[in-house]
Design a protein around this ligand. Structure first.
Ligand SMILES: N[C@@H](CCC(=O)N[C@@H](CS)C(=O)NCC(=O)O)C(=O)O
Length: 252
């Protein structure tokens, strides 16, 4: 049994997969791609993942793409050590509904402050032609890059992304309360917790953790996920933006 994970240390989608592999104590070879250099757009990688994004998992020759699909696959094939999927179909459906919400809302919204605050200097340093060619070569993220441009997302777009993150926190707090906590669906973590984890970690990394200062259930949830044995090996040094981009630290 062999796993190869094509990913990037700081990639939120990759962090979901590393967390589940670590929780299940499944050893994996990690191939680290430099996303700002465009490793994800090279022909060899596009042959594995035509979306030109990370992560991609290769399990004994089987290629699985998309982080939500990968973590469901791992939990189905290896329920050992810790299973992150409830047994009852109704609860499974509720978990999957949360995962879709998370992919659509916080996972997408958190990219806006991430790119504006962390990655923009890299793009601002490119010529307009270089930048347009880079954007053009992205199968999934071309429009996102063009909307951002070399000057970054507008204040209006930043505000709207922060509003979507704020609405996610309300949904999270309500969901934890309804299930009795400390996790989204009650006493055990599920794939929904794993799905939302990187967006919440990213918010804290960008100094946005003040957004849940009046939400003790989220603070408690955050403590619980950070205390999970899979957390530390997932967030090895270089996984946080503040560890990779010194200009973010200077912001305080
Ligand atoms: N739905 C996909 C999204 C993957 C995705 O957006 N990956 C980002 C990193 S978190 C990426 O590879 N970005 C590269 C790029 O924008 O060119 C998944 O969950 O796997």
């Amino acid at each position: 049994m062999a796993f190869v994970l094509y990913n990037a240390p700081q990639s939120t989608c990759s962090q979901r997969v590393r967390f589940v592999l670590n929780a299940k104590k499944l050893p994996f070879e990690e191939v680290k791609l430099d996303l700002l250099a465009g490793d994800q757009l090279k022909p060899d990688y596009l042959a594995l993942n035509p979306n030109g994004v990370v992560p991609t998992l290769v399990h004994d020759g089987t290629v699985v793409i998309d982080s939500s699909v990968i973590i469901e696959y791992l939990d189905e094939v290896f329920p050992e050590w810790e299973s992150f999927t409830p047994k009852e179909p109704a609860k499974r459906a509720a978990m999957r509904a949360l995962m879709r919400f998370i992919d659509e809302m916080p996972a997408a919204a958190v990219r806006i402050p991430t790119f504006n605050l962390a990655f923009l200097p890299r793009f601002a340093a490119m010529s307009e032609e270089e930048f347009l060619a880079f954007a053009e070569s992205k199968p999934l993220r071309k429009e996102f890059m063009l909307a951002m441009g070399r000057k970054g997302f507008s204040e209006k777009e930043m505000k709207s992304a922060l509003d979507r993150l704020a609405r996610t926190l309300v949904r999270m707090e309500d969901t934890i309360r309804a299930g009795g906590g400390p996790w989204l669906m009650g006493a055990r973590p599920t794939l929904a917790d794993v799905s939302v984890m990187p967006a919440i970690v990213r918010m804290a990394d960008l100094g946005l953790d003040t957004m849940w200062k009046d939400k003790p259930l989220i603070a408690h949830w955050f403590d619980a996920i950070r205390a999970h044995s899979a957390f530390k090996p997932t967030y090895y040094f270089g996984s946080l933006l503040t560890e990779r981009f010194p200009h973010l630290k200077k912001r305080g």
